[in-house]
Design a protein around this ligand. Structure first.
Ligand SMILES: *Cc1c(COP(=O)(O)O)cnc(C)c1O
Length: 385
């Protein structure tokens, strides 16, 4: 296996894990569409027994994603939620988790509706001041689960500050790095123990695969998480692994364009008369801009806007009037999407808590794609007009 650990990001994205196939020389990693592997004698095999546990296409992708996060190990799952589920299964009844109050709706649903029933206690707090964490730490605290930038209000959480508190108290720190992608932010280098990706988003990048990944440096943690994957079965299929590897080959190019378009659009929307508030960490007056600058390579293409008009009907009408942006859940693909978090991605959060976190009925979230930015701005202009 060729070593690309010393190379730069784009070279890693294209080459890490992607050695030519030894049996044919095929430059693309083959799709090993198989459930089992023939054994010479019972237990004597080529390192592969059954495909829930191991698949060569998946292994190639895992090496690639690990390289992008400068991590030692990566384990891929059938979805981002499958990956999150595996992290939660490290815990025992009585354990406590400290997490953010502005969280991906599906994570909130899993924590409150599934794992709370297994005796795990969750504290949903404002993590943008890491000192808040200290008030909730006790002997049962086992995990901090942070998401940054947050979804959809784009708060930035100081990963190094969270890590310092986690280390002092022997708590694991997991970071959902989906919004930033490994191109913009590498939490392991900032002290996180686990990085989670919804690979569905920027890593896959083409809105054609659902997948998740965990990246860790610690061998014991890797062993535990792999045991959970193999025992519980949220493994991704080889065809999907192939598609994601193909998608990642252009991650750096896509991210550059997402960031470029995102900046142009954020600047255009900032002074628009119909917009009350705009959330994008690249503005120097964003409350956590300094932290974003410190821990991110650029500011990304995720932007949320709050309309001056509070009417949900008018917000719906606007959301339905785009010609280039598509109204859809998800993010991080090449095509621009618009989403109404209150009724779409965040509908599983009770209205009162949702609004406390700023997810009001007149908020819309944009995932800025890689189209020509002039066309995107034109589309915003006509929809808002
Ligand atoms: C989409 C998403 C998830 C869930 O991932 P799936 O692949 O949809 O299961 C988790 N966190 C964030 C921030 C997301 O955007």
């Amino acid at each position: 296996m060729a070593d690309f650990s010393k190379h730069k990001f784009g070279t890693k994205a294209i080459h890490a894990g992607a050695d030519a196939d030894p049996s044919t020389g095929a430059i693309m990693t083959p799709i090993f569409q198989t459930s089992t592997y023939v054994q010479e004698l019972p237990g004597k095999n080529k390192g592969y027994g059954y495909a829930r546990g191991k698949n060569p296409t998946r292994e190639a992708l895992q090496k690639n994603i690990a390289a992008l996060e400068n991590g030692k190990h990566c384990i891929c799952f059938s979805s981002g939620m499958g990956a999150t589920d595996a992290v939660m299964k490290l815990l025992r009844p009585g354990d406590e988790v400290i997490t953010g109050d502005d969280l991906y709706g599906g994570s909130y649903r899993m924590f409150t509706k599934i794992f709370a029933n297994y005796g795990i206690k969750f504290h949903f707090i404002n993590l943008s001041d890491a000192n808040n964490i200290k008030k909730y730490v006790n002997a049962n605290t086992k995990l901090i689960w942070a998401e940054t930038p947050t979804n959809p209000t784009m708060q930035i959480i100081d990963i190094e500050a969270c890590s310092a508190i986690a280390k002092e108290n022997k708590i694991l720190l997991a970071v959902d790095n989906t919004f930033a992608s490994p191109y913009l932010q590498n939490p392991l280098a900032l002290g996180a123990d686990i990085v989670m990706h919804s690979v569905t988003k920027y890593l896959g990048g083409h809105s054609d695969v659902v997948m998740g990944a965990l990246i860790v440096n610690d061998d014991k943690l890797q062993e535990q998480l792999y045991f959970i994957l193999n025992s519980c079965g949220a493994n991704p299929g080889p065809m999907d692994c192939f598609l994601v590897m193909r998608g990642i080959k252009t991650l750096h190019l896509r991210m550059e364009r997402h960031c470029f378009n995102g900046k142009k659009i954020a600047e255009y929307l900032k002074t628009h008369p119909k917009i009350e508030k705009i959330y994008w960490p690249g503005f120097t007056d964003h409350p956590n801009h300094a932290i974003a600058k410190k821990q991110m390579r650029d500011f990304g293409g995720m932007i949320s806007i709050v309309l001056k008009d509070k009417s949900i009907d008018n917000t719906f009408k606007l959301a339905g009037s785009f010609k280039v942006f598509s109204l859809a859940e998800s993010l991080g693909g090449v095509e621009s999407l618009i989403n109404h978090p209150a009724t779409m991605t965040h509908a599983s959060i009770p209205k009162e808590e949702r609004e406390k976190a700023g997810v009001v009925d007149n908020l819309l979230r944009l995932s800025v794609g890689v189209e020509d930015v002039e066309d995107l701005i034109e589309d915003l202009k006509q929809a808002l007009g």
